[in-house]
Design a protein around this ligand. Structure first.
Ligand SMILES: [Fe+2]
Length: 272
């Protein structure tokens, strides 16, 4: 098994076939390295069946499948995404930059993506959240550090710090979703605690989006190739689907993405 940097985020992993039995020492290395590199992009994996995708996912823990269900999904634990509504859920990943599962108490630890049918256009874009935080101005970092977001989706409501230490690496990271953060609390639990006004909330969401878009050097756009399987440290990496992913089948071909998500074990917290 060898790693190759793509120069931006994560590593390409070659020389391993995830369809085979993986020795324990290699598996332990993968579990550790997904946090160090944030994105493990396994190349040349051939056809990963839904059954194998689930088996691989379970190496990392229990699955948490709070996602939209689609009748063509091969298993309830697999989110099936497509640009054809008869094939999978459409519009997924297009509501703004985000991590997955921000709306639940313990956001997903890992996301595992496999592209079943590869479109001619459209990528998945990823950004290191620690990298993003590190290049904020001190004033902006202090402001973001003092915010908690209120996340509402699918009947869930949770409050999470916008910036907090990653539970494994301890690097500052973000819990965010530009599509479902409806309110912010400033200085939560402190003497200056208050809700941001609507215009301040809008400005903050726009500001996060702007900071990401200005950080082109931190963004890695994955152009899917046959046999790619990606394991993503969901709490360390923001992502979104690029606009072309939603183009019709007649234009870019059929896009079908399978995603599994590994249950979180930590509530995002300022405390280490
Ligand atoms: Fe997502």
């Amino acid at each position: 098994m060898e790693y190759r940097s793509n120069g931006q985020l994560g590593v390409e992993v070659r020389g391993i076939d995830l369809k085979e039995t993986i020795p324990d020492n290699i598996l332990e290395k993968i579990k550790k390295d997904v946090h160090e590199h944030k994105l493990l992009i396994f190349k040349n994996q051939g056809v990963i069946t839904a059954e194998r995708h689930l088996e691989i996912s379970q190496w990392f823990g229990e699955l948490d499948s709070k996602h939209k269900k689609h009748k063509r999904s091969p298993h309830p634990d697999i989110l099936r995404v497509s640009n054809d509504s008869t094939e999978g859920c459409t519009g997924i990943g297009r509501t703004g930059w985000h991590i997955d599962g921000s709306f639940i108490e313990k956001p997903f630890r890992l996301c595992i993506f496999y592209m079943v049918s590869i479109p001619r256009e459209g990528s998945t874009a990823f950004i290191s959240l620690n990298g993003l935080i590190n290049q904020l101005t001190p004033e902006k970092r202090e402001l973001w550090n003092s915010l908690h977001g209120i996340f509402r989706q699918d009947g869930y409501e949770n409050i999470h710090p916008l910036i907090y230490p990653h539970p494994v690496t301890r690097q500052p990271t973000m819990c965010f979703n530009l599509g479902n953060m409806e309110e912010f609390i400033f200085d939560s639990g402190g003497k200056d605690e208050r809700f941001l006004k609507n215009d301040e909330t809008e400005d903050t969401l726009k500001d996060i989006d702007r900071e990401i878009k200005q950080s082109e050097d931190l963004i890695y756009r994955h152009k899917w190739e046959e046999g790619d399987l990606i394991i993503c440290d969901n709490r360390a990496v923001g992502h979104e689907a690029t606009p072309e992913t939603q183009y019709p089948v007649s234009q870019i071909g059929l896009r079908i993405l399978h995603r599994t998500t590994i249950k979180g074990v930590n509530t995002p917290s300022k405390q280490i």
